[in-house]
Design a protein around this ligand. Structure first.
Ligand SMILES: [Zn+2]
Length: 258
């Protein structure tokens, strides 16, 4: 019949339609090697090529992870262990019980409290680094710095500036807001930003997770969102966040409302 062609992989004789199609492709692309494959072997070959491409892409992504971690704003000091110089991803987290608690709650919004040195920031950053390796988009920033960006964004056109500002969060999977308590001044601007942020998270407008780190005291939340917003803000935090305090050897969940 003139269409005798065998599959290069399994040696099976190809049906007329497949053989004709291969001849056609070879005529159009004479300089390109078009293998003779039966439909099954062709399917298999395409799947293998796809898998190889994915593996290459993943390897390229993993090679970029250290750069992505730096771009996320994670401080160098939280990336390496001071005792042996190893990166925490390889050498393990700095404060084990805190880091594993945070990792277990990585899908929650968190209000994380604890004194300096209890491992809030290093644990949150440890989880963040692992999340970045899993292709999540993360940003770490101190409240003071975010407030600067907020006032910068609202400088010229406050409506568009605010939209642009909150638009950035829509492209994130996780925002770690550090030093939420203590280091910033109690201002209207801070209250407005914090209320808006909480609103957008509670309403689901912003899908990212928010972790708010600080050494919280009884009145910290009211100071952040305004004494007059005590009930709605505490209620929103209660409904949308897991609140926990890190101590020397444990992590205790607590409640802010009622
Ligand atoms: Zn075959």
């Amino acid at each position: 019949m003139g269409h005798l062609m065998k599959c290069e992989e399994c040696g099976r004789e190809l049906d007329r339609k497949t053989a004709e199609k291969i001849n056609e492709i070879r005529t159009f692309f004479p300089n390109h090697h078009t293998p003779a494959r039966c439909p099954q072997c062709q399917f298999k070959a395409e799947r293998e090529a796809e898998k190889k491409r994915e593996e290459t892409e993943e390897a390229e992504y993993q090679a970029r992870v250290p750069e992505l971690i730096a771009d996320a704003g994670i401080p160098d000091g939280y990336r390496y262990r001071r005792d042996n110089g190893l990166s925490t991803v390889e050498g393990g987290p700095i404060v084990e019980h805190a880091a594993s608690w945070v990792w277990d709650h990585r899908r929650d919004n968190l209000l994380l409290s604890g004194k300096t040195g209890m491992g809030k920031s290093t644990s949150a950053c440890y989880a963040a680094m692992r999340l970045i390796a899993e292709h999540k988009r993360v940003r770490y920033i101190k409240l003071q710095r975010l407030l600067c960006e907020w006032s910068e964004a609202r400088k010229n056109d406050s409506v568009h500036g605010e939209q642009e500002f909150f638009g950035r969060f829509r492209r994130l999977d996780l925002l770690i807001l550090d030093e939420v308590v203590g280091k910033t001044k109690d201002t209207d601007s801070r209250r407005e930003m914090m209320i808006e942020l909480l609103d957008e998270i509670a309403s689901g407008e912003i899908k990212m997770r928010l972790w708010m780190l600080g050494n919280y005291r009884t009145n910290s939340i009211d100071a952040l969102f305004g004494e007059e917003n005590r009930e709605p803000s505490r209620r929103r935090i209660e409904e949308n966040f897991v609140c926990a305090g890190i101590t020397e050897n444990s992590v205790e969940v607590f409640h802010v409302w009622p």
